[in-house]
Design a protein around this ligand. Sequence first.
Ligand SMILES: O=P(O)(O)OC[C@H]1O[C@H](O)[C@H](O)[C@@H](O)[C@@H]1O
Length: 526
Amino acid sequence: MVQIALTVPVQHEFETALREAIEQRVASRIAAQDATLWGPDAEPEASIRLSWTQLADASRPLVAEIIELREQLASKGLDRVVLCGMGGSSLAPEVICDTAGVPLTVLDSSQPDMVRAAIADGLERTIVVVSSKSGGTVETDSQRRAYEQAFTDSGLDPVDHIVVVTDPGSPLDDEATKAGYRVFRADPHVGGRYSALTAFGLVPSGLAGADIGGLLDQAAGAQAALYADDADNPALRLGVLIGVANRHRVDKLVLADQTRHGVGDWIEQLVAESTGKLGKGVLPVVVPFENAVNFNPSTADSILVSIGGTDAPEAQSGYAAALDVDLGAQMLLWEVAVVVAGRIIGINPFDQPDVESAKQAARELLSGGGEVPTPDASDNGIDIYGDGSTVDDAVTALLGKLDLQHGYLAVQVYLDRIAYADFAGVREVLAQRLGRPVTFGWGPRFLHSTGQYHKGGTPNGVFLQVTGTPAEDLAVPGRDFTFGSFIDSQAAGDAAVLRDHGRPVLRLHLSDIGPGLQRVRAVLGQ
Ligand SMILES: O=P(O)(O)OC[C@H]1O[C@H](O)[C@H](O)[C@@H](O)[C@@H]1O
């Protein structure tokens, strides 16, 4: 079931763009995996990235395999599932499991306290799914190493506890095969953020107990509507709305999820990484509910989307949508909508050119190269990297750089996202204070999602980083760095690249996280 209600202030322009998309058979050509739709520059990448359009059928044989493995594992007393993976390799299972009401521990961090806490919990009944499409993501590799060590130290054989999902022939595939792990190889012609209905979405979710056959049924049931060259096609309507709004500099997409299962985080990656490049794009702003600031009240440069709603919300810009749709269908709907919007905006929705630059800067710092940043000032245990000699002044200086017509503030917090979950509420406080869109992301998780937009998208963001010294560091087995030095390099590397791109960044480093965070909250008004 897919229902969509839309409002647009430029009805004629919207209808014209919709008619063009129908005449050019955009929806059916997406279904047929036509790689020419995004222009000649995007064609080589698009030609190896479109297999997601037919996954509702192609992934079907996986279901029985996963259920069989789940039963085997359960018979051995393995019933707790931990997922190690970043971005496209963890965001889909997170929302699939939350929607299904089944527990899944998602370890998508390099924060030492968070990694230690996950590992300390119930090892003997834990099955760890290590998911990485490229097989080279350092967080995922480090988490796998930490788990292998922990299993071995506890007298458990990692082969009994680790399942791998990766693309065929990746470095992880080679290592895992040698180690004797159970390996699920995914279709390499699907990019990470479009991989929800491949083994990346289905293996962890199915092992955790979600109804993955039902999820594929939902996607299959929506295919005819989403691939129709028809004015009622909800994906075409949503994609054209986002694309047309972008022409009018309405380039923030504020998402309120009435169902409260966190689908906004999955959409956030899809939209930010697919569109945020070449100095253009759509900034997703995930808010917790419809009465949150930025949704109500909204800003003149925002499209509002109510997920699970039936009436389009009232947006100051006039651009709004309500989607009432089940999860499997919703995933396919957004994938189609985003590539439709990408065509209008004029970007390649299948690459993420600016993610690599931050990874490179982090690697340089880790290997002892690169310039290690030193604080510009220090205020009662909080190191300030930016203008201002006190935390108050530094925050005021950063916020003073915000463009009050088109700008946004991104808060990037490299702390344990379970232990300090309520700090995310600072988004609301700052949005209220500034009257501008504010996003909140946990590092390093957001680097694999909105990180692309921050560096490559419309250049009107200002960035507040919060980092902290962990309670206890943790070695990465077989590597010459620790989780602590890794996350530190990730934050510093991303800040360096943002600054190189001319984006204002303030980093506040808390040498003692508890009191430091209290102070930061007080300064920000939380
Ligand atoms: O699945 P992996 O290869 O480990 O990649 C995980 C993530 O890494 C990068 O940051 C990409 O920008 C993301 O699109 C991807 O989802």
